[in-house]
Design a protein around this ligand. Structure first.
Ligand code: ATP
Ligand code: MG
Length: 150
């Protein structure tokens, strides 16, 4: 993530709004493969993944649950193999190394969405894009999407 980045900002006022943004963001994330989702607990990272998975036809929103304890969930869409990771409970680079992130992104149709990925240098080095989610007042959420301009 060192080279030129493009950036877009979004704001939503409800869960439904965040879910609906999945479509726009799925479009932006077409070429990027590994995407870090950052933002505090409850910022809406998993909610956005539900919207992205649904937009890609990879899963129904309700079938996407947080991989906090399982670490990785996979969904197969018509054109995309979606991986959803949550690294909140992990602490060391050794724990990251065994996840096989490089193997996941080596798949031609992979999209790898990683919650809490910014905490690990190895994940940051593999990232093609990042989505920073900010908790606003009440149900307001802000989103900054940054991705490589190639
Ligand atoms: N505009 C909004 N967008 C997303 N979630 C919202 C919004 N307004 C309220 N919420 C609530 O905020 C919470 C977001 O939870 P979610 O699991 O998506 O967050 P998260 O960032 O993945 O948290 P964690 O770090 O624990 O994984 C849910 O309880 C949801 O109902
Ligand atoms: Mg989450």
């Amino acid at each position: 993530m060192k080279e030129k980045l493009r950036e877009k900002r979004f704001r939503t006022r409800s869960v439904a709004g965040t879910l609906a943004l999945g479509e726009t963001i799925a479009e932006i994330l077409r070429p990027p493969k590994l995407v870090i989702l950052s933002g505090e607990v409850g910022a809406g990272k998993t909610t956005l993944v539900k919207g992205i998975a649904a937009a890609l036809g990879a899963a129904f929103e309700d079938d996407v649950t947080s991989p906090t304890f399982t670490l990785v969930h996979e969904y197969e869409g018509p054109t995309i193999h979606l991986f959803h990771l949550d690294l909140y409970r992990l602490e060391t680079e050794e724990q990251i190394a065994v996840l096989g992130l490089e193997e996941m992104i080596s798949e031609p149709n992979a999209l790898v969405l990683v919650e809490w990925g910014e905490r690990f240098e190895s994940v940051v080095n593999l990232a093609d894009a990042e989505i920073v989610m900010e908790h606003g007042e009440g149900d307001e959420r802000g989103m900054i999407v940054r991705w490589r301009d190639e």
